[in-house]
Design a protein around this ligand. Structure first.
Ligand SMILES: NC(=O)c1ccc[n+]([C@@H]2O[C@H](COP(=O)([O-])OP(=O)(O)OC[C@H]3O[C@@H](n4cnc5c(N)ncnc54)[C@H](OP(=O)(O)O)[C@@H]3O)[C@@H](O)[C@H]2O)c1
Length: 339
C-alpha cells in the first residue's frame, strides 16, 4: 500500500456563479497509512450532490464549508484496503465520507458496512443512501401524506425526487412530477410509474400542472425553489404541506432571489404554517382568561384610533390601507354610555 498514489481534488477558489473546472485542482500524493483505530479505504464510488455547491460558497450554513485548499467533501462507497480498527476487516465494502479522493483514512465513525447481496453497493449513495432517506423522511414525516392525496415533486427524475414520487405511489397517492425536458418526463411516468409529469421548461407550468392535478396539490415536495415553487404554490389545497428540501434553482445565484429567501428557512429548519383563526375558536376561553388578566395588570397595552361618525368610515377604511391609522381603527357610530 505504501506505494499507492492518492489523487485528491481540492477547492482552488470559491466559484462565483456557476462553478468552473479550474475552481478545482487535482493533487497527487502518496496514499496515507492508517494509525491505530483507523481504516484506509479505496474509493469505489463518490457521490456528487447539489449540497456541495453550498459547501464551497463561503456562506455560513448548517454544516462546515470547504475552504480553498481543502479536500472536497462527499459521500463515498469504498473497499477497506487496510484496517487497524477492530470493527472493520480488509476487503469490507463500506459507505463513508472520504470525499473527492482515491484513498481515504477514517476512524470508522459514521462508516457503514455494506452487504452486496442485499443491493448493489452503489445504492448506498442513491436510492438506499442519503437521497433515498431524504425522500422518505421528507415525504412521510413532513409531507404527512395520506392515501388519495395529490403529491407533486420537482426534480422528479433525480436522486431524491424519483424516490419521493415512487413512495407517494406506494402510499396510494396521485403522484405528479415536474422535470426538465421530455425524456425525463417520459422516464418519470413510464419507468417510475408516476401518474403524470410536467416539463417546466415547456411553457406555462401553472396551467399544465393544474391539468395534471385536477384536485389541487396536497403535498409539494420542493427540490428546486424559484419559479417552479411559485407556480406550484398557486395550486395548493387547504392544509397542504410543503416539505422544503432543496432550492437548486438558486444555488449558483450571485444575487439574493426576489421575494423572501426560502433558503434561510430551509437551512434553519424553520416551520412555516398557514392558519386561519376561525379554525381555532376552541382557544377562545383560554385567550379571554389570559388576555383580560394581562390588560388589567397593565401587561398588555393597546391603542385605539377612533374615527367619529359613520360617514367617515369609507375615508378611514381607505386610510387604513394606506397606513394612516395609528392603533386599532374603529368608527364611533353612536354614544358610548360607559365613557
Ligand atoms: N434537505 C436535505 O437534507 C437534502 C438532502 C438531499 C438533497 N437535497 C436537495 O434536494 C434537491 C435534489 O437533489 P438530488 O440529489 O436529488 O439531485 P438530482 O435531482 O439528482 O439532480 C439535480 C436536478 O435538479 C434539477 N435542476 C437543476 N437546476 C435547476 C433549476 N435551475 N431549476 C429547476 N430544477 C433544476 C435538474 O433536474 P431537471 O432537469 O428536472 O430540472 C437536475 O437534474 C436539491 O435541491 C438538493 O439540494 C436536500
Amino acid at each position: 500500500m505504501a506505494t499507492a498514489t492518492n489523487r485528491r481534488i481540492v477547492l482552488r477558489r470559491r466559484p462565483v456563479g456557476a462553478p468552473r473546472p479550474d475552481d478545482f485542482e487535482l493533487i497527487e500524493s502518496p496514499a496515507p497509512q492508517p494509525a491505530d483505530g483507523q481504516i484506509l479505504c479505496r474509493t469505489i464510488y463518490l457521490s456528487l450532490d447539489p449540497y456541495m455547491r453550498g459547501r464551497i460558497s463561503g456562506v455560513k450554513s448548517y454544516a462546515k464549508g470547504v475552504d480553498p485548499g481543502e479536500l472536497m467533501v462527499g459521500g463515498t462507497v469504498g473497499e477497506v484496503v487496510e484496517s487497524k480498527h477492530p470493527g472493520f476487516a480488509k476487503g469490507d465494502l463500506v459507505a463513508g465520507r472520504d470525499g473527492w479522493q482515491a484513498y481515504g483514512l477514517s476512524d470508522g465513525a459514521g462508516v457503514r458496512t455494506l452487504d452486496p447481496k442485499q443491493a448493489p453497493i452503489s445504492t448506498a449513495l442513491s436510492v438506499l443512501g442519503m437521497p433515498g432517506m431524504t425522500a422518505y423522511v421528507g415525504l412521510l414525516d413532513f409531507g404527512k401524506l395520506k392515501s388519495g392525496e395529490t403529491v407533486v415533486v420537482s426534480a422528479a427524475s433525480g436522486a431524491v425526487g424519483s424516490v419521493v414520487g415512487q413512495i407517494a405511489k406506494i402510499k396510494g397517492c396521485r403522484a405528479v412530477g415536474i422535470a426538465g425536458g421530455q425524456a425525463k418526463c417520459d422516464y418519470v411516468v413510464k419507468e417510475l410509474g408516476l401518474d403524470a409529469c410536467v416539463d417546466y421548461k415547456a411553457g406555462d407550468l401553472t396551467a399544465a400542472l393544474s391539468k395534471a392535478c385536477p384536485n389541487g396539490v396536497d403535498v409539494y415536495f420542493d427540490n428546486v425553489g424559484g419559479d417552479v415553487l411559485k407556480s406550484v404554490l398557486q395550486l395548493v389545497n387547504p392544509h397542504a404541506r410543503v416539505p422544503l428540501c432543496g432550492l437548486i434553482s438558486q444555488y449558483n445565484a450571485t444575487e439574493p432571489p426576489a421575494g423572501p429567501n426560502w433558503g434561510v428557512l430551509l437551512v434553519n429548519r424553520v416551520m412555516v404554517k398557514g392558519f386561519i383563526i376561525s379554525d381555532h375558536l376552541d382557544r377562545m376561553p383560554d385567550f379571554l382568561r389570559d388576555g383580560t388578566a394581562w390588560v388589567r395588570e397593565g401587561k398588555l397595552k393597546y391603542r385605539e384610533d377612533v374615527v367619529v361618525g359613520l360617514e367617515n368610515a369609507p375615508a378611514a377604511f381607505i386610510g387604513l390601507l394606506e397606513g394612516k391609522n395609528f392603533g386599532k381603527l374603529m368608527v364611533k357610530v353612536g354614544e358610548d354610555p360607559t365613557r
